[in-house]
Design a protein around this ligand. Structure first.
Ligand SMILES: [Zn+2]
Ligand SMILES: [Zn+2]
Ligand SMILES: [Zn+2]
Ligand SMILES: [Zn+2]
Length: 674
């Protein structure tokens, strides 16, 4: 959603430039390098720039120890999850030397492994044991983690490894200064536990990987737009702009889009429980950045790729623009959330690639036509998204340029352009101006083309009334937004209030499936937020025109379809029996082909299918086992496909069946927090 960005009024712009003449001259600059240079040189800007981009260490011995102590208290009280989360904070704040080691660090990690062991998360605990040892866990108490390793391996049923771990424990105890009595006890207990483990059945109690994170397969991909199925075709016309149609009949349930984002940013408030690099939900165990306490990762692989990539240019840097905006939002002067979220997205779009790459590719990023129907990579795709530049008010251009300039300063200091520039120079180099212009361009595109990345949330008992899902809660309520992303191919789809696809996310990767039958030639559309099932027409249309600057002319709006509350459960619009005919049966024959039909028989079948779907709905909840959910999804899809052959809108049954299908897909696939 789009909100008013920072200094958005003419008055603020005037104040910034100091005189009407300067402000006018800025507005009349025809090129971005010129505009950027003008803002850069304003004395007020120079002052702000001097404050910007300083690097501060966020590590703190005090914070690390304080959190470890809180964790210890929770641990003693048997609150293992809570303890683990405080140990994670302790780990994030602990100092790390250039050998990746630190005493506080290793102690906090070892404590977390104990909490994970109690939670029976043995694999995670084992990973933390290795992590603690690598982080320099003190020699004299190493037997503690060696002992825990034995128990974790037994817990996992990996008994051969457990035997070896016992030997390692014995060897370590041999060199330990621990009291002899204690040593004997530890050894005996471990051997005892191992014996018990051997006598149990040999079925390994492996913790299950997350099967819902598996990406579906796409039968055949589009020849030039690999994120699309080959059933989709990109078209252009003056009225609709770029849009996507079906080049054959598409059946409900077909996978139509699988796309990795050009850029994705996790929300700030999700950083403690998600990997910043791959968005994985990792509430119990995360690896922090070595230099700042802000970012957490799911493992060393993600950490490495973030730190060697985009994160090195933002790590520990104070962002003055960010703090100015944050302050203004708090004071209620502006609701700048929108600019704030695009702000880091634009930066990451730059820092994911090198300066050399942009120098090589600048023409394809800056000289583009929106009507072009293909692109070679995701950056060219971003460059081809609509930005409505001709309609952009000067005040917004100004706000976006301010954001770009603060980033530019950060990038200078972080060494993105080669040498680190600590002094604020009066002039910008050609390369800096290019990156400044790109930052602006990305911001402009992002305001109209950013998708929220979501994750499934568990159902609550109160969602159900009399065993039926409360219709008001049937929709998107059990998902949570965790970040933002740009998908150049998905963004080609126009909006419809009555969308025919359903989306879910695996990490930051989006998957879209057809949630209706889509006949050849029909447009594939997605929903930007207001759906026909819930919001009345005037509200939908005013939201769209405010946020996306267009008047909606989708089928839902043109036919003025009623929403779920106002539609009848009695089936009225029956479909013709002939599969190839799209006619509706009034009285006892098809309006299109005149074929006769027994209405009563059809209505009784509709009611039968609907009754079965309602039964399936009762089983479709977040506590169900994953294999069950996969079966349910199949079953629901099959019944819902039949219903689409029998019945047409408007009818409440059709809406509810569709929404049930969305629900089944959502529960069976994609990221979740439970
Ligand atoms: Zn990750
Ligand atoms: Zn960092
Ligand atoms: Zn509409
Ligand atoms: Zn017919």
């Amino acid at each position: 959603m789009l909100e008013t960005p920072l200094p958005s009024s003419e008055a603020k712009m005037l104040h910034f430039f100091g005189s009407e003449k300067e402000s006018k001259e800025f507005q009349q600059c025809s090129s971005f390098p010129e505009k950027i240079t003008r803002i850069w040189k304003v004395p007020l800007m120079q002052e702000l720039l001097k404050k910007s981009g300083k690097q501060v260490s966020q590590k703190s011995e005090g914070e690390s120890r304080r959190n470890r102590e809180i964790g210890n208290k929770h641990f003693q009280a048997g609150k293992w999850s809570l303890a683990a989360s405080y140990f994670s904070k302790a780990i994030a704040f602990a100092y790390v030397n250039d050998k990746q080691q630190g005493r506080d660090l290793s102690l906090a990690i070892a404590n977390r492994s104990a909490a994970l062991y109690r939670l029976e998360k043995y694999k995670l605990a084992l990973e933390d044991i290795d992590y603690a040892l690598d982080a320099g866990y003190p020699q004299d108490i190493r037997y503690k983690v060696f002992e825990r390793r034995v128990y974790c391996l037994i817990g996992l049923g990996r008994l051969e490894e457990a035997k070896k771990a016992v030997l390692q424990l014995q060897a370590d105890l041999g060199t330990s200064t621990l009291e002899e009595k204690k040593k004997v006890k530890i050894e005996m207990d471990a051997n005892e536990e191992l014996k018990k483990g051997m006598s149990k059945s040999s079925d390994a109690v492996e913790e299950e990987a997350e099967p819902w994170l598996k990406l579906p397969t796409m039968e055949k991909r589009h020849p030039t737009l690999p994120a699309f199925s080959s059933a989709l075709e990109l078209k252009y016309d003056e009225k609709k702009g770029r849009h996507v149609i079906a080049n054959r009949d598409i059946e409900c349930g077909e996978v139509l889009v699988i796309e990795n984002p050009a850029t994705a940013c996790l929300y700030y408030d999700k950083r403690e429980e998600h990997c910043d690099n791959c968005f994985k939900y990792i509430p119990l165990r995360q690896i922090p950045c070595d230099h700042c306490s802000a970012l957490r990762f799911c493992g060393f692989q993600c950490k490495k790729s973030a730190i060697e990539g985009y994160h090195q240019f933002e790590c520990g840097r104070e962002d003055v623009f960010e703090s100015v905006i944050g302050q203004m939002m708090q004071e209620g002067k502006t609701n700048a959330k929108g600019t704030k979220k695009f702000h880091r997205m634009a930066l990451k779009t730059v820092t994911q690639k090198s300066l050399a790459w942009f120098l090589k590719n600048k023409d394809k990023l800056l000289k583009v036509h929106n009507s072009t129907l293909s692109f070679r990579d995701e950056y060219e795709g971003v460059a081809r998204l609509v930005g409505h530049h001709e309609r952009m008010p000067q005040t917004r251009i100004f706000a976006f340029l301010m954001s770009s300039i603060f980033h530019l300063r950060n990038l200078q200091q972080a060494g993105y352009f080669g040498v680190k520039k600590n002094k604020v120079f009066e002039n910008l180099t050609e390369e800096e101006l290019l990156i400044g212009e790109l930052l602006y361009t990305f911001l402009e595109k992002m305001q109209f083309n950013t998708h929220s990345v979501t994750q499934g949330e568990p159902d609550k008992q109160t969602d159900f009334e009399n065993g039926l899902l409360n219709p008001g809660l049937l929709y998107e309520n059990r998902i949570r937004c965790i970040g933002n992303a740009v998908y150049p191919s998905l963004a080609m789809l126009n909006h419809s209030c009555y969308t025919n696809i359903y989306k879910f996310f695996v990490g930051p990767t989006v998957v879209a499936v057809a949630c209706q039958k889509i006949p050849v030639g029909n447009e594939i559309s997605e929903n930007y937020f207001p759906v026909v099932q819930i919001l009345p027409r005037p509200e939908r249309r005013s939201w769209l025109s405010q946020s996306y600057w267009f008047d909606c002319s989708c089928t839902g709006c043109l036919q003025n379809l009623p929403n779920i509350q106002n539609s009848d459960t009695i089936p009225t619009h029956l479909r013709c029996e002939r599969k190839e005919c799209s006619g509706i049966v009034t009285e006892h024959s098809c309006r299109l082909c005149s074929k006769k039909m027994d209405r009563e028989l059809r209505i009784s079948e509709i009611q039968e299918v609907w009754a079965r779907l309602k039964d399936l709905r009762k089983e479709c909840h977040s506590n169900a086992k994953h294999e069950e959910l996969l079966k349910l999804e199949k079953n629901i899809l099959q019944k819902y496909i039949r219903l689409q052959e029998l019945l047409s809108l408007p009818c409440r049954i059709m809406y509810e069946a569709e929404v049930l299908y969305w629900r089944a897909v959502r529960l069976a696939h994609g990221s979740r927090s439970y």
